[in-house]
Design a protein. Structure first.
Ligand SMILES: *[C@@H]1O[C@H](CO)[C@@H](O)[C@H](O)[C@H]1NC(C)=O
Ligand SMILES: *[C@@H]1O[C@H](CO)[C@@H](O)[C@H](O)[C@H]1NC(C)=O
Ligand SMILES: *[C@@H]1O[C@H](CO)[C@@H](O)[C@H](O)[C@H]1NC(C)=O
Ligand SMILES: *[C@@H]1O[C@H](CO)[C@@H](O)[C@H](O)[C@H]1NC(C)=O
Ligand SMILES: *[C@@H]1O[C@H](CO)[C@@H](O)[C@H](O)[C@H]1NC(C)=O
Ligand SMILES: *[C@@H]1O[C@H](CO)[C@@H](O)[C@H](O)[C@H]1NC(C)=O
Ligand SMILES: *[C@@H]1O[C@H](CO)[C@@H](O)[C@H](O)[C@H]1NC(C)=O
Ligand SMILES: *[C@@H]1O[C@H](CO)[C@@H](O)[C@H](O)[C@H]1NC(C)=O
Ligand SMILES: *[C@@H]1O[C@H](CO)[C@@H](O)[C@H](O)[C@H]1NC(C)=O
Ligand SMILES: *[C@@H]1O[C@H](CO)[C@@H](O)[C@H](O)[C@H]1NC(C)=O
Ligand SMILES: *[C@@H]1O[C@H](CO)[C@@H](O)[C@H](O)[C@H]1NC(C)=O
Length: 656
């Protein structure tokens, strides 16, 4: 071959990298080099051409990167900011992703979803994050971010989800004033998850207004003071309110009773005073916890029996006295009633009404003098009266005078499969199949562990999770949830193992989907789970020696195909180049341009390089149902698009 042709081939191949493959190959290869445990399908130089798992492109530009819970390690380098077409970025549950967020992330102007939940990020949230004008979801929960909430977040006028839960953030909650922005400007946002940080100061009156439409306002477990602003009562859309674990004082504003859509309200562990609030306007209220406050000593309001949707009522240590109104036991849905550490007295009169679902009645340390136990009641659930006068003279057989102990049933291999053994470090599923499960930890607050029947608890969770996986058509064979134990910080934790069906391992895409779904699931079903979150998936790449082999063989196969394809492409380009050169010679007046073949993309007469090897956006919208509401999981806004994207068929290397 003559040198001219060789030179051409060299130039051509460089140009293919930067033009045909888009600008993103450099940035992606930097990220790939900086991260450990990238998918084995990340081979070759073109992130859009080689079926890179977790990457979706539009016109040869990366517009979605979704790698949740795949065990990525390393830092998020500033190079990511050159992926200027990026709209979805989800790197959640990679606990090995550390360091601070590069401030240049605010250059990703097209970003709509930024999900970095459950990673190891530290340092401040970039001050000008508010310049990501298109952001709909900012989810930075369960990291170790420090500093204050950047007021510029108030500029995110399209924001639906703000999740800063479980970080080390401090300072006050910013509201707008004249020149500065604040969270009160987020009138579209449905989720304010600011719990478990170190926020201080008062909850500003200005934070809430009737213009807002939040469904979750979670400010729990901070260091907030002052009273609950009465403006909260203007936010008619509210469904969950969690202010527990602060130092809030003063009375509960009476207009909260206007919030008819609230299903969960937790105000426990504060210093609230005044009368026990009248909440009978909350017709759908099913979880109410007012424990550990300093309300005026009073009877348990009999109006509580009008809360027909109530499943859990917790009023431990709230100054209650007098009789427990018998009508309370007629609430058909009530399952858990915790009234410990009050001064409730007299007879505990639980009519053996057949409709009652009450499983747990915990009345420890009250002044109950008489309890006529019936056999029906004993079969239905647990009553605990330890620390009441009634137990001072009770017969030793009275089981309501002991605190039942939970039976831990840490799951070994299921009994029915006992003769089976799995090779290497595979694990036996409940359906007796050997595979590599995806494992993680569910963290949650349960009202009363000691009185929960472990079997029904685990099955509730397992069934609920399985339903969710089925609904999202994930290839899951079975789920095992262990009985919860107390973890760090006093939160209860369960181990979760998700077993694959079909194959003995999940691929990265599915892992990513399961990771997202586990977290969404816990939010979707706060009543069953007692409000929980998902953390610490075990890096899935760990402990599966046979799998990487297989995957990397597939990987190199794809690489080979892609490589061969590139060579064909080169030949094709060479042909086109020669053709264009010939044409040019025929049009001598035309300006000399050695890179004329770059115009390929604009020419009708030659193969289209740009976009041809990626999904068209049409295809993507087809398989994600236009990022429609229908694909949202749980209540409003969660996991928008990013989850459903996983179900796109694999990209095909072709020149069609
Ligand atoms: C894909 O690219 C086309 C053309 O540049 C553009 O019109 C479209 O909005 C892009 N789609 C996405 C999802 O970025
Ligand atoms: C936020 O918006 C205000 C105007 O509403 C503007 O003055 C300010 O510069 C913006 N801040 C950022 C960080 O974009
Ligand atoms: C909470 O705030 C009070 C005063 O506002 C302060 O004394 C206390 O140290 C703070 N607690 C924590 C855990 O930050
Ligand atoms: C209350 O919930 C219902 C049903 O979910 C919904 O249609 C209605 O818009 C909600 N009310 C408000 C004020 O958001
Ligand atoms: C809310 O409750 C207050 C009384 O607490 C009442 O005066 C007001 O009219 C109610 N507002 C709405 C919108 O129902
Ligand atoms: C509680 O509020 C309801 C309206 O939601 C009202 O009808 C009822 O009278 C109130 N009860 C008390 C004791 O104030
Ligand atoms: C109430 O406070 C006690 C003592 O601090 C604590 O053990 C208990 O868990 C608290 N109850 C609730 C429901 O948070
Ligand atoms: C307990 O109840 C009895 C009446 O049943 C009452 O005499 C006594 O004062 C109460 N004790 C306390 C500590 O409230
Ligand atoms: C714990 O196990 C024992 C025997 O194995 C059983 O009798 C008891 O009912 C169990 N308790 C609970 C709460 O499941
Ligand atoms: C989860 O599994 C790990 C490792 O097997 C174990 O150390 C831990 O105690 C388990 N945690 C729970 C809550 O069961
Ligand atoms: C991953 O697994 C799912 C479900 O089995 C499958 O639909 C998908 O095509 C796989 N993705 C890749 C890149 O192999």
């Amino acid at each position: 071959m003559c040198p001219k042709v060789l030179t051409f081939l060299l130039v051509a191949s460089i140009q293919i990298y930067t033009e045909a493959y888009g600008d993103d190959s450099t940035a992606m290869s930097t990220l790939k080099n900086e991260w450990e445990n990238t998918p084995s399908t990340w081979v070759g130089a073109d992130p859009c051409g080689g079926n890179w798992e977790g990457i979706l492109c539009n016109n040869s530009r990366v517009f979605s990167m979704t790698l949740a819970g795949v065990g990525l390690r390393g830092q998020l380098s500033g190079d990511i900011s050159s992926l200027s077409e990026l709209e979805f970025l989800d790197l959640s549950y990679n606990t090995g992703l550390e360091g601070s967020l590069p401030p240049s992330i605010v250059n990703l102007k097209k970003l709509r979803i930024l999900k970095l939940v459950g990673c190891g990020f530290t340092g401040p949230i970039p001050e000008s994050i508010g310049s990501l004008e298109l952001l709909e979801s900012l989810e930075l929960g369960s990291n170790r971010f420090t500093g204050t909430i950047p007021p510029s977040i108030g500029n995110l006028s399209k924001l639906l989800v703000l999740d800063l839960f479980n970080n080390l953030l401090e300072g006050s909650i910013p509201v707008s004033s004249g020149t500065t922005s604040g969270l009160d400007m987020l009138v579209k946002a449905q989720h304010f998850h600011l719990g478990r940080n170190r926020f201080s100061g008062t909850i500003p009156d200005e934070l809430f207004s009737s213009d807002m439409t939040p469904i979750h306002v979670l400010l729990h477990d901070n260091n907030l003071t002052g009273s609950i602003p009465s403006t909260l009562g203007l936010v008619q859309s509210l469904e969950a309110v969690r202010f527990e674990g602060n130092s809030l004082t003063g009375p509960v504003p009476s207009n909260l009773n206007n919030l008819t859509n609230v299903t969960m309200m937790i105000l426990s562990n504060n210093k609230l005073t005044g009368p026990v609030p009248n909440l009978t306007g909350m017709a759908y209220l099913n979880y109410l916890d007012l424990s550990n406050n300093s309300f005026d000593a009073s009877d348990l309001p009999s109006s509580f029996s009008n809360l027909k949707a109530l499943t859990t009522l917790m009023m431990e240590n709230t100054g209650l006295e007098g009789l427990v109104p018998p009508a309370l036991f007629d609430i058909p849905s009530l399952q858990t009633l915790i009234l410990r550490n009050n001064k409730l007295s007299g007879k505990l009169d639980i009519a053996s009404s057949s409709s009652s679902k009450l499983k747990v009645i915990d009345m420890q340390n009250n002044n109950i003098s008489f309890y006529p136990e019936t056999p029906e009641r004993r079969n239905k659930g647990i009553v605990i009266l330890v620390g009441n006068p009634v137990c001072e003279h009770a017969e030793p057989t009275a089981n309501y005078c002991t605190v039942p102990q939970a039976n831990s049933s840490d799951t070994g291999p299921p009994e029915k499969c006992v003769p089976l053994h799995c090779i290497s470090d595979q694990i036996l599923s409940p359906n007796c199949k050997c595979s590599y499960p995806f494992r993680g930890v569910l963290v949650f607050k349960r009202p009363c562990l000691e009185s929960i029947d472990s079997n029904s608890y685990e099955h509730l969770e397992e069934e609920s999770l399985m339903r969710s996986f089925k609904r999202h058509e994930l290839p899951v064979d079975s789920v095992v949830v262990s009985f919860p134990k107390e973890g760090l910080l006093g939160y209860l934790e369960s181990n979760v193992s998700v077993f694959p069906s079909g194959q003995n391992h999940f691929n990265t895409t599915t892992i990513s989907a399961i990771g997202s779904l586990l977290n969404l699931q816990t939010i979707e079903n706060p009543n069953i789970f007692g409000s929980s979150y998902f953390k610490d998936p075990y890096p899935y790449s760990a402990g599966k020696p046979t799998v990487p082999d297989k995957l990397s063989r597939t990987g190199s196969l794809i690489g080979a195909v892609a490589g061969g394809a590139s060579f064909l492409l080169l030949l094709l380009l060479a042909g086109v180049y020669a053709y264009r050169q010939k044409k040019r010679r025929e049009r001598p007046s035309e300006q000399e341009n050695h890179f004329a073949y770059l115009d390929l993309k604009n020419s009708d007469s030659v193969p289209r390089l740009k976009g041809a090897r990626c999904f068209s956006f049409d295809e993507i919208t087809k398989c994600t149902n236009n990022f429609s509401e229908a694909n949202h999981i749980g209540t409003g806004g969660y996991g928008m698009a990013s989850l459903s994207l996983f179900y796109c068929p694999a990209m095909v290397v072709s020149f069609a």
